[in-house]
Write a protein that binds this ligand. Structure first.
Ligand code: ZN
Length: 372
């Protein structure tokens, strides 16, 4: 079953009243549309994620482009953007397609999993919520009450059988605010499932404010002996040097300190209790493989890394020579921007084991934010 996730982000956000459309503003530590991209990736159910943007916004979106996230230029109207994405994915022979508004960053991975299950039996699945407020309709001279029980609010992501949706879509459907309207207009049966209250649409600037956050700090320290005939890994990168770091794993002191700092900030003990060094399974393991599951868990639990400060303590290699390389690698491994990482090199005046180039140590402080 080939499923695709289309994120519509070509809108101009007229009600948002800002030059930069809402989907490219920062919300909960990330670009609004980045939340949707990350959740789609983390759900692991999609062949490809299609980001539909306006050509003029490529400079904000191009960093997301990779072999699983493709960029398509949209049109002036929502329906044209959807159509362009359908055309684009045709070559991949999709079975099911999710369509999502970039302005809804708060849906859960659980919701997409639920949608993907229901779409196996239905042509279209749509999340909805009920209304809490009383609702009236304006007539010529008065207002009339509507029955609240009969009204639902539809959300995205909406999930469709690709062929059915494509068949019903045509260029006349210019004035739609969601894709399911097209199927409903053509009398096709739609399955509605409960949506999520938090999955609201960012519409006004004040919607971006989220004061409900907590900050946690974690500290990490590590030291390994240098030995001949071993490769040196620092921050996940191979660094040319006469020796490497001794240890059960590849001895990457930077990644080990970061792991301990993350575990510290999220109060989950330490690296030794996760990866005991008496277990054969972890013998010679590369440290990125130890880090990645921890990072994935962190993001799944709605934490964001806010700042990372690293002291690498060694006589040699010279940190200045490899700073870019290491920061690039950390940015990829941790899925964070390079500008929140700081790497300092510290020598020890030739004192002790580190001074004699027989060991390398590292200390790290990390701050992570949780948005409620
Ligand atoms: Zn270590």
């Amino acid at each position: 079953m080939k499923m695709f996730f289309i994120i519509l982000a070509a809108g101009k956000s007229r009600r948002f009243k800002s030059k930069l459309p809402k989907q490219f503003n920062i919300y909960k530590g990330k670009m609004v549309l980045e939340h949707s991209i990350n959740k789609a990736i983390n759900s692991k159910i999609f062949e490809k994620i299609i980001l539909v943007i306006s050509k003029s916004h490529l400079k904000y979106a191009k960093k997301f482009k990779n072999k699983n996230v493709h960029i398509v230029y949209g049109g002036k109207e929502r329906s044209i953007s959807s159509l362009k994405a359908f055309e684009y994915i045709k070559k991949f022979k999709p079975n099911k397609v999710f369509i999502h508004d970039a302005a809804r960053p708060n849906f859960s991975i659980k919701l997409i999993k639920k949608l993907s299950k229901f779409v196996k039996k239905h042509k279209a699945v749509v999340p909805y919520i009920k209304l809490d407020d009383s609702i009236k309709i304006k007539k010529k001279l008065s207002y009339e009450n509507l029955e609240r029980e009969k009204i639902i609010l539809t959300q995205t992501p909406q999930c469709f059988d690709y062929q059915t949706l494509k068949r019903n879509y045509n260029k006349k459907n210019l004035n739609i605010t969601d894709d399911v309207s097209i199927l409903l207009n053509n009398k096709i049966k739609v399955k509605f499932i409960p949506g999520e209250r938090d999955n609201f649409k960012i519409t006004y600037k004040k919607d971006l404010k989220n004061e409900n956050k907590k900050i946690y700090y974690g500290i990490g320290f590590d030291i390994h002996r240098l030995v001949k005939n071993k490769k040196l890994y620092l921050g996940g990168e191979k660094i040319p040097f006469h020796s490497g770091l001794e240890g059960h794993s590849d001895g990457d002191v930077i990644l080990h300190s970061i792991i301990d700092a993350i575990l510290g900030a999220s109060r989950k003990k330490d690296i030794g209790s996760l990866y005991p060094d008496n277990k054969k399974k972890y013998k010679n393991i590369r440290s990125p493989l130890m880090l990645l599951p921890i990072v994935r868990k962190l993001y799944q639990n709605n934490f964001f890394i806010n700042n990372l400060d690293i002291n690498l303590i060694c006589e040699k290699p010279k940190v200045s020579k490899y700073r870019h390389k290491i920061i690039n690698s950390l940015s990829k491994l941790l899925n964070i921007n390079k500008d929140i990482i700081n790497l300092k090199g510290k020598t020890v005046e030739k004192l002790g084991l580190i001074g004699k180039e027989k060991a390398i140590a590292c200390e790290v402080i990390i701050s992570i934010i949780k948005y409620e």
